[in-house]
Design a protein around this ligand. Sequence first.
Ligand SMILES: Cc1cc2nc3c(=O)[nH]c(=O)nc-3n(C[C@H](O)[C@H](O)[C@H](O)COP(=O)(O)O)c2cc1C
Length: 369
Amino acid sequence: MPHGSNTLTSQAHTSQDDPARGTETSIRIGARVIPTRYFLAPLAGYTHLAFRRALRELGGLGLATTDLVHALALISENRKSLDLITTHTVDRPLSIQIFGSQPDVLAQAAVWLEDRGYEGIDINMGCPMAKVNGQGGGARIACQFDAASELVESVVEAVQVPVTVKMRLGWDSNSLTAPELAAQFERLGVAAITIHGRTRAQGFHGRVDLDGIRAVVKSVKSIPIIGNGDVKTVDDALWMRSVTGCAAIAIGRGAMLDPWLFRRLELCESGGPEPFEPTPDEQVDFLRRHFSLMTEQHGEYSCVLFRKFAAWYGAKLGIPEELEVRLRQFSSLSEFDQITDEIRRRHGERESDLATALIKVPNGPVERW
Ligand SMILES: Cc1cc2nc3c(=O)[nH]c(=O)nc-3n(C[C@H](O)[C@H](O)[C@H](O)COP(=O)(O)O)c2cc1C
């Protein structure tokens, strides 16, 4: 996060830290009161129930959102979609993120979720018209505006629970449509908007554009704007809030790098004790807890599902290569216990390397996230 490229001018009129929206630490999203202003951004394939529960146990996490779920697959009760929306009483507050291009299907999915007790719907705005309109200029943007409005309106009208939207700044630097869309979504009754401060064309390249997020904050009258992108430390989060005036922050990859980040932010806001570093033992406990919660949902198959986390934990904990390989290949619960016992003895043998612990991102433009 660049510190210094933005000034802190005129925050007074744009900051969303207004007590009417909640207390200083809590925040209102529609009728929901979210206990902290630091949210988990969805990372498909990573931020599943087990990870969310493990994170929540560390403290400080406000709202979490599931991976994006295809609306039609959900109402068809497709097994994978049902898996993605699986939750638990301790997994609150939670929103379910849905996507699709047909307003009636999206609305049906929202009703399906509301009927089953889910308390918040997040629409992944992605770039709904990208494929239909190819590279067309202004027409594409207008069309996107109308189509996006129709999608959002159909969901807002179908359910009572708060509906939120997550989107990027726009198609590319020549069409920064987010402020205009945000204002329209607010008029349509959306309760909050998460804005990733990059364009679709940027993919994950370049820096997050704080001025772009700030423009979205300024474009709405009263709904909270949740800033998102590249927040990996307490300073990054505070900087994004102060420069953009956004009401809350959604953290994705930073939560993987440092699951204690939400707790750190909570302590910082309450003027709590000095920053802390989790001990290696606490980090191994987190790894074990993450896996054990996964087994509650997936049983022995967790041995396969956990493999994608091996490189991340391996790099973070600085475990020798051969132990990391075993963490990627184990096939039974007892083997997992043996490996983690060994990790407890041998962490730090290799220097931990957060750069390789970063999760992979697509290398070009992204349609959905
Ligand atoms: C592997 C991966 C999966 C993602 N999955 C989703 C998703 O399901 N829904 C969504 O809205 N955004 C998704 N995103 C985007 C993130 O929510 C977030 O907007 C982006 O990573 C920037 O925030 P960060 O720097 O805090 O990670 C994904 C990003 C990554 C890297």
